[in-house]
Design a protein around this ligand. Structure first.
Ligand code: FES
Ligand code: FES
Length: 78
């Protein structure tokens, strides 16, 4: 299997609480778009990001973004 695995060719729009969050970079998590530990055994690790306040974010679902964990539009070229 080639990692990362794209989950969908569009971002996940998620309303997030303030604090730390861990975006799944490998595509294997069953709790997309967040890490659930399924990357164990791969050389991929989740991307941690921190929000100062409650906010809606667009997290990359294709896993090909160049601005992880956020969608940068790369999915439209896949
Ligand atoms: Fe994908 Fe952790 S499950 S980075
Ligand atoms: Fe990955 Fe938009 S969903 S760049």
């Amino acid at each position: 299997m080639t990692l990362p695995v794209g989950v969908q060719k569009s971002p996940f729009a998620v309303e997030l609480e303030a604090g730390d969050h861990y975006w799944c970079a490998c595509g294997l998590s069953r709790k997309q778009p967040f890490c659930d530990g399924s990357h164990a055994g791969t050389d991929i690790t989740p991307v941690k990001f921190t929000l100062a306040e409650k906010e809606t974010k667009y997290l990359c679902g294709c896993k090909a973004t160049n601005n992880a964990p956020f969608c940068d539009g790369t999915h439209s070229k896949l």
